[in-house]
Design a binder for this molecule. Structure first.
Ligand SMILES: Cc1cc2nc3c(=O)[nH]c(=O)nc-3n(C[C@H](O)[C@H](O)[C@H](O)COP(=O)(O)OP(=O)(O)OC[C@H]3O[C@@H](n4cnc5c(N)ncnc54)[C@H](O)[C@@H]3O)c2cc1C
Length: 504
C-alpha cells in the first residue's frame, strides 16, 4: 500500500513543461484517471483544468460506485459487467478507503405491485450473478435477500407502515465523496510523475499540442505533446468540434440527517408510471441524505454550474414522500444541486450511448474520451491512453492503489481522527502533521470540528497539497460544505483562515 506522499497539485502555468508525452485536458474523474494511467505507464504528463479539480459533473454525482443494475434492466449486459468489475477493483484494491459497501433497500410498499416486486427481485439476483462473475466476494458485498417489514423499518424507520410487505435488500458501492476521489486520483498521478495544474485553460488544441491560458494571471503558454487527450465532459465539443453532446440534467436534494431519523440504508422508490426509473434516498457519512435523481434533457450553452429547477425539486419531494409515514416539504430541503450527464449524440441514433463511454480521435488528432460514468473512470482512462498509440506497455492501474488506500482492518488501526481517516485513509496522520508544520497551531484548534465535522487541518492540507487557492475550492470541492448553503456560510471564516495560514 502507498505511504504518505508529498505530491502536490498547484494552480496556474508557472514552470509547466513545454513538451510532454501526454497533455490531458480536464480534471474531472476521467481526466484525473487518464493522467494517472499515462503517468503510471512511464509517460510524461501535464494535466490541467480551467477551474479546479472536480469542478464539473464529477462533483454532482449520486456518489455511487454501482454494479450496473439499471444497465441490466435495459439488456446492456456488457456495460453492467464492466461496471461490476470496476466496482470490485475500487472496493478491494484501488480505493477501499474512499469506496464502501452500502446496504440498499427496495421497500415493498403499496406503490409496488407484486409483478413489479418480482421483476425487481429478478434484476437484483442477476446483479448478484454479475458480482460473482466479477469475482467480488459476498464478504465484501453480501448476497441480496428479502426481509420482513419489521427489519425494513429498522434500516429505514421513516417508511410508511401501512401496506409495507417487507423489502428487498442488496448491497452496492458508495463513495465517501466524488470530489475527494478525483482529488486523490490527481495527487496519485502527481506521485507517479504527472504535473497537475488547476486554473489552466486550454483555449486551442490539436493532436500535437495546445495553447493554454493561466486563469490567475491571464498569461498564455504553448505546450507540445505526442498526444492530447480531451477529457472535458459536457464541454468536450468546444475542443473537438466534431463531437456533439446532448447533456441531460440530474438534480439531487440535500436533507439533514434529522429529516429521516435513524436512516441506516439507502432506499429506492419507483417513479409512478415508469417500470425502470427509481428515486434514491442515500445516507452520507457526514450525516446528510441525498435524494435524487431527475433526468431532464437540456439544450443551449453549457453553464459552468447548472441550477436545479423548482419543478425537479417538487418532483423529487413528491415521489419520495409516497413511501414515507410523514411526507417531506420544501422546508426540509437544506440544499439542492444539479449535474449534466455528458451524453454523446450519435448521428441518427437516440440510443443510450452515453452510458457506454466513447474514445474518438478527431480529424485534428485530439483524442476525446467521453460518456461512461464515475464507476468506470479507470477503464475509460485505460482505453483513452491505449488509443493514443504511444503507450509502450499495458495499463497497470487495476492493481495500483490510490494514495491513502488500505484494507478496512488496517484503516481501523490508524492513530488519527476518524474523519481524517475516512477522507484520507492512511494519509490521515500525514495530513495532520502537515497542518501542524504549516500553521504551528495546536491540535485542539486544528481538529476542532466545524460545520458537519470539517477540520482546519484538512482545509490547510487542501491548500498546501491539493491546489486549493480560494474559499470556493475548499468549501465546494476539497470538502462538500457548499452542498448546504447555511453550512457554507458558517465555514467561510475557517476556510479563509486556512488560506491565510497556508500562505495562499
Ligand atoms: C446527476 C448525476 C449523477 C450521477 N451519478 C453517478 C453515480 O452515482 N455513479 C457513477 O458512476 N456515475 C454517476 N454519474 C456520471 C458521472 O458523474 C460522470 O460520467 C462523470 O463524472 C464525468 O466526468 P468527466 O471527468 O468526464 O467530466 P467532468 O467531471 O465534467 O470534468 C470535465 C472537466 O473539464 C474541465 N474543462 C472544461 N473545458 C476545459 C478547457 N478548455 N481547459 C481545461 N479544462 C477544461 C472542467 O472544468 C471540468 O472540471 C452521474 C452523473 C450525473 C449528471
Amino acid at each position: 500500500m502507498p505511504g504518505p506522499s508529498d505530491a502536490r497539485i498547484t494552480a496556474g502555468l508557472a514552470e509547466i513543461p513545454a513538451q510532454v508525452d501526454v497533455l490531458v485536458v480536464g480534471l474531472g474523474v476521467t481526466g484525473a484517471g487518464v493522467a494517472l494511467d499515462a503517468a503510471a505507464r512511464g509517460l510524461s504528463v501535464l494535466a490541467v483544468d480551467a477551474h479546479d479539480v472536480a469542478f464539473g459533473t464529477s462533483r454532482w454525482s449520486s456518489k455511487l460506485v454501482h454494479g450496473g443494475l439499471r444497465y441490466l434492466a435495459s439488456g446492456q449486459v456488457g456495460i453492467a459487467y464492466e461496471s461490476a468489475v470496476e466496482r470490485g477493483i475500487l472496493l478491494r484494491r484501488t480505493a477501499p478507503h474512499l469506496v464502501r459497501p452500502m446496504p440498499m433497500l427496495v421497500p415493498l410498499t403499496g406503490n409496488v405491485s407484486t409483478p413489479q416486486a418480482l421483476l425487481t427481485a429478478t434484476g437484483i439476483q442477476a446483479g448478484d450473478l454479475l458480482r460473482m462473475a466479477a469475482r467480488t466476494s459476498a464478504h465484501v458485498l453480501p448476497r441480496p435477500r428479502r426481509i420482513p417489514a419489521q427489519h425494513a423499518l429498522r434500516w429505514v424507520p421513516a417508511l410508511r407502515r401501512t401496506g409495507l410487505r417487507g423489502a428487498l435488500l442488496y448491497w452496492d458501492g458508495q463513495l465517501e465523496d466524488d470530489a475527494r476521489l478525483v482529488t486523490c486520483l490527481a495527487r496519485t498521478a502527481v506521485a507517479h510523475g504527472a504535473v497537475v495544474r488547476t486554473r489552466a485553460r486550454v483555449t486551442e488544441a490539436t493532436g500535437t499540442g495546445a495553447t493554454l491560458r493561466d486563469e490567475l494571471t491571464g498569461s498564455t503558454a504553448q505546450v507540445t505533446a505526442r498526444a492530447v487527450i480531451n477529457a472535458t465532459g459536457v464541454w468536450a465539443g468546444q475542443l473537438a468540434t466534431d463531437i456533439r453532446l446532448r447533456p441531460s440534467q440530474g438534480t439531487h436534494l440535500v436533507l439533514r440527517g434529522e429529516t429521516l431519523p435513524g436512516l441506516g440504508a439507502a432506499f429506492t422508490v419507483p417513479v409512478p408510471g415508469s417500470a425502470s426509473r427509481f428515486i434514491f434516498a442515500l445516507p452520507q457519512s457526514d450525516g446528510t441524505i441525498l435524494v435524487g435523481i431527475t433526468d431532464e434533457a437540456v439544450g443551449g450553452e453549457v453553464p459552468d454550474v447548472p441550477e436545479p429547477a423548482d419543478a425537479e425539486i417538487d418532483f423529487l419531494l413528491s415521489v419520495v414522500s409516497a413511501s414515507l409515514e410523514h411526507p417531506l416539504h420544501r422546508g426540509d430541503v437544506a440544499g439542492a444541486f444539479a449535474g449534466l450527464r455528458p451524453l454523446l449524440d450519435a448521428e441518427g441514433s437516440t440510443a443510450d450511448l452515453s452510458r457506454k463511454h466513447a474514445v474518438v480521435t478527431s480529424a485534428n488528432g485530439v483524442v476525446t474520451v467521453v460518456g461512461g460514468k464515475l464507476t468506470t473512470y479507470r477503464r475509460m482512462a485505460q482505453d483513452a491512453v491505449d488509443a493514443t498509440g504511444i503507450a509502450g506497455r499495458p495499463s497497470p492501474t487495476a492493481d495500483l492503489p490510490l494514495l491513502g488506500a488500505a484494507p478496512a482492518g488496517e484503516l481501523a488501526r490508524i492513530d488519527a481522527p476518524a474523519r481524517l481517516v475516512r477522507r484520507f485513509g492512511t494519509e490521515a496522520p500525514f495530513v495532520l502533521a502537515t497542518a501542524r508544520a504549516v500553521s504551528g497551531r495546536p491540535d485542539e484548534e486544528l481538529l476542532s470540528p466545524g460545520p458537519r465535522g470539517v477540520t482546519l487541518a484538512e482545509l490547510i492540507f487542501g491548500v498546501s497539497h491539493e491546489g486549493a487557492v480560494s474559499a470556493d475550492d475548499l468549501l465546494d470541492r476539497r470538502t462538500r460544505l457548499g452542498l448546504i448553503p447555511a453550512d457554507r456560510a458558517d465555514a467561510l471564516a475557517l476556510a479563509n483562515q486556512a488560506l491565510e495560514l497556508a500562505g495562499s
